[in-house]
Structures are given as C-alpha cells and as structure tokens.
Design a protein around this ligand. Structure first.
Ligand SMILES: [Zn+2]
Ligand SMILES: [Zn+2]
Length: 204
C-alpha cells in the first residue's frame, strides 16, 4: 500500500478511537509490523512491510497498536488488551496473518523434512525445527545457508553441534537406528515458540 495512504488510514483510525494527541510515523522494522510507543505517544508502522501490505493488513496492524494505546503499557497482549482490540475491529492476534507478505532474512534454515525458516541474524547455536518437534530434538536440526551458500557458523556453534551429535549417538540403540529424543531441553530451545513463530511477523 502507498505510504501516504497508509498514513491517512492510520490517522483516521487513531482519531476515530480518541488518539488525537498521538502522532503517527514509520520505522524500518522487518520482523515487526507496528509499534506503540506509550512514552512518546506515538504509533509507528514498518515502512518496508506497510508497502507490501494491502489495506486489510494495514488496518489490522494500526488497530492492534491503537488497542495498546487505549489499555496502556502494563497489559501487553493480555485479555484486557485483546478485548479492546476486538472491540475496535482488530482480530486480537499477536502476529500478522500468515498469508500477509513478509520479508525474508538472508539466513535460511531447513530441516530434513524440508520445513524452512529465515532469520536476519546468524544463528548462534544449533536449533531444531519447531514444526517437527515442539522441543529441541537433534533429529530435527536445521541446517543453515546464508544467501543460499553454506558458510561457517562459528566455533561456538560448531562445538555445540558436535556435542549434540555425540550425545545423540550415545542414545542411539545398538541396532544402529538413530532415534533421537529431546537433548537437555533446558539448555536448548526449538527454533520457534508456539505463540510467536520465528518465521512470522509480530504485529508489535
Ligand atoms: Zn521440520
Ligand atoms: Zn502488540
């Protein structure tokens, strides 16, 4: 959507819901569609994402942030916030609709089943696919490429990976079938939590 139209839509919705003292602007976020800055009384939208969004995506994002402004910073995404969001016409969800356009990071991780996630920053430690296993599981490790190329992931990553594979090999039954359960789940996390998948754009 054209950014001038995004601004107008946002301003109209903010005025309609009593945020006349608040300002609207844009930011450069890639993984977060909107932001409600209570201190500065300012709502902003990601310019790169808003350009890709249609009117419904923009309205959802603005209404999400308006609901934050209306209930105040202490509510986060709790029930009070959700009720306010739904009352003004937002879905009350935390993330942008999965069908909305998103911006891919240069790092891509793929599991053996072919699930793919992207990130903007180099993964610091081995991660497993959250679609294959909710908890970290060595059998569902993601292998990473940077802009399509296999690149070194750093000594810390490599040594953790060796440790995980060694641990997994110890657990493998004598017949040689590699069945790997979760490895020390307190220490390592799956790539994405249930609430805010890494691949999804947070609304903010
Ligand atoms: Zn997977
Ligand atoms: Zn939010």
């Amino acid at each position: 959507m054209d950014l001038a139209r995004v601004s107008r839509t946002a301003r109209e919705l903010m005025d309609q819901h009593g945020l006349k003292g608040w300002t609207f602007g844009f930011d450069d976020a890639m993984r977060r569609a909107g932001l409600c800055d209570h201190g500065r009384r300012r709502i902003s939208l990601s310019a790169p994402l808003a350009r890709l969004y249609d009117e419904a995506d923009v309205r959802e994002t603005v209404l999400h942030e308006i609901a934050h402004a209306l209930v105040g910073p202490r509510h986060g995404h709790d029930g009070t916030w959700r009720a306010a969001a739904r009352r003004i016409g937002s879905s009350g969800r935390r993330c942008v609709d999965a069908k909305a356009p998103a911006i891919d990071g240069p790092w891509a991780g793929v599991c053996t089943a072919g699930h793919r996630v992207t990130r903007f920053r180099r993964p610091m430690r081995p991660l497993s696919c959250s679609l294959c296993s909710r908890r970290f599981a060595a059998a569902h490790l993601l292998s990473w490429t940077y802009q399509g190329q296999v690149v070194p992931l750093g000594t810390r990553y490599e040594s953790e990976l060796r440790e995980i594979l060694a641990e997994a090999a110890v657990r493998a039954p004598a017949n040689g079938t590699l069945v790997v359960g979760p490895v020390d789940p307190g220490r390592l996390g799956a790539e994405a939590g249930a609430e805010s998948p890494e691949g999804a754009t947070a609304l903010g």
